[in-house]
Ligand binder design. Structure first.
Ligand code: F0G
Length: 463
């Protein structure tokens, strides 16, 4: 007989923290979420999965799938969240505490026919995490971590950010009745993201440094002040973010794709998605692990260099620079977690140039989907992985698009006007982008002028 939903005993009550390096276990962490013994990062783990009291590999998989599917028709607040719907594999809040939710998750899976063609694969899909409430993937982790902040009684939450974490944190803090402090690099985040954190009422500090400098300041600050840290070193963020992969697998009827490709910045997202894949395999919800590949911008490539120059043994921080400001990060906190999942799933780590990234972004836009620059490194990286033979043309691939196209409209406008790379070392290579550029046309307000323009387009055979 198939197990039913009532056979499922939630493992959540037995979730604990464990250091990824020395294995030290704890029920709660210090302010900086680092192991007191060795200083490395904590992760959430579920001892219940290995005991008779919780989920066991293989056993209740069908019942769990059914339970999660059934919740899609429920109107209960936790069920309408695309994160808390999967609460059997998340840490539990104490009785009496409700999650702070904006109905995050529940994001679409699109096919990308034009992009598939340009990448050289038969079928390509994108899981669009930019379709979250604050328009980036950060919301899925923020609903969990901000809920734990409130449960712990914190009045203030804080993060260092390249823009999306801060937008998301500001929104969830406001919803949860907490104050938020944002540290961002001055002049290096998009206006859309900055305006979000202002709108949601955060105390927003533009520090005269880069993202890595903001992290350094914040790490010291949380040791001095009673502030809850909401960067992705916070393992409760990783738990929420992992649901993107669970939802993806559900959308694919629990048939694993061959490849999942993610952009890599601070490397929390790759760690989260990889953790979900390993857990879903462990629990018997999937039988095969997709290969998880991480793509960085050439100008912000410390993880790529760690893998290719130091065999993943160490990571040398770099001075980061890329127009994809979301991933302008030189010292990624979660690199060891990401390394583990890339190695375990057999994925690859690649880097792409600014021109390759800009072209890929326009191609994703031309498929009617759109994304912010950092997300587009996935398609650019996929093209390389296909050329290298790592991804075969008949294999199934899912790109994780992390942010919405409206997050950074300045990049898109400059791209189409043709001045994105003006005055930069990439200017000489920018000619290859011309076929994709669609500068807005300024015309006289006559039917003739518009009709003539249409005819010109038709005659030139432009797409
Ligand atoms: N894509 C977007 C749109 C991002 O905002 C980020 C990270 C990433 C990819 C990389 O994800 O850091 O988990 O590897 N943004 C952070 C922020 C750093 O502050 O918003 P990651």
């Amino acid at each position: 007989m198939n197990p039913t939903a009532s056979d499922i005993k939630s493992p959540a009550s037995v979730s604990r923290l464990r250091c990824i390096n020395c294995g030290t276990q704890a029920d709660r962490a210090d302010q900086d979420f680092r192991c007191p013994n060795c200083g490395d990062l904590f992760e959430v783990f579920y001892p219940g999965w290995q005991t008779d009291h919780g989920l066991r590999a293989g056993q209740p998989a069908d019942a769990l799938k059914q339970l999660w599917r059934d919740r899609k028709t429920s109107l209960a607040q936790a069920d309408t969240s695309g994160v808390w719907r999967f609460r059997e594999v998340l840490p539990a809040l104490k009785p009496g505490y409700e999650p702070i939710t904006l109905r995050e998750g529940n994001t679409p899976l699109y096919d990308l026919p034009r992009c598939a063609q340009s990448a050289g694969v038969q079928f390509l899909q994108a899981k669009h995490q930019g379709m979250n409430p604050t328009a980036s993937f950060k919301d899925t982790g923020m609903t969990t971590a901000s809920s734990f902040a409130r449960q712990e009684g914190f009045r203030w939450v804080a993060c260092a950010s390249t823009g999306n974490t801060s937008a998301s944190m500001a929104a969830y803090a406001a919803r949860g009745g907490m104050r938020s402090l944002v540290l961002i690099p001055e002049g290096k985040i998009s206006w859309g993201k900055l305006s979000q954190s202002l709108d949601y009422g955060a105390v927003t500090c533009q520090l005269r440094t880069d993202f890595d400098g903001c992290v350094r300041v914040l790490n010291e600050l949380v040791k001095r002040k009673p502030i809850y840290l909401l960067n992705s070193v916070n393992p409760y963020r990783i738990e929420g973010q992992k649901t993107a992969a669970i939802e993806l697998l559900e959308q694919l009827s629990w048939e694993s794709p061959d490849h999942i490709v993610v952009p890599g910045g601070n490397l929390g997202n790759s760690s989260a998605i990889g953790k979900a894949l390993l857990e879903m395999k462990d629990l018997g919800l999937i039988t095969r692990l997709p290969k998880l590949s991480v793509i960085q911008a050439e100008g912000a490539n410390p993880f790529f260099r760690s893998i290719h120059e130091y065999a993943g043994k160490r990571l040398i921080p770099t001075q980061a620079d890329t127009l994809a400001t979301a991933i302008r990060i030189g010292n990624p906190a979660s690199w060891k977690k990401a390394l583990r999942v890339v190695e375990t799933t057999g994925g690859a780590v690649e880097q792409v140039s600014e021109i390759e990234m800009a072209m890929a972004k326009a191609e994703i836009g031309a498929d009617g989907v759109g994304c912010e620059p950092a997300s587009a490194v996935t398609l650019a990286g996929l093209k390389k992985l296909v050329k290298q033979g790592f991804v075969k043309p008949n294999e199934s691939v899912v790109l994780i698009l992390t942010g919405h196209v409206l997050k950074d409209p300045e990049f898109t406008l400059k791209f189409h006007r043709g001045d994105l790379f003006a005055g930069t070392p990439h200017e000489k290579d920018a000619g290859s982008l011309a076929p994709l550029q669609r500068a807005p046309l300024v015309l006289d307000a006559t039917v003739d002028a518009v009709a003539k323009t249409l005819e010109q387009f038709e005659n030139e055979g432009r797409q």
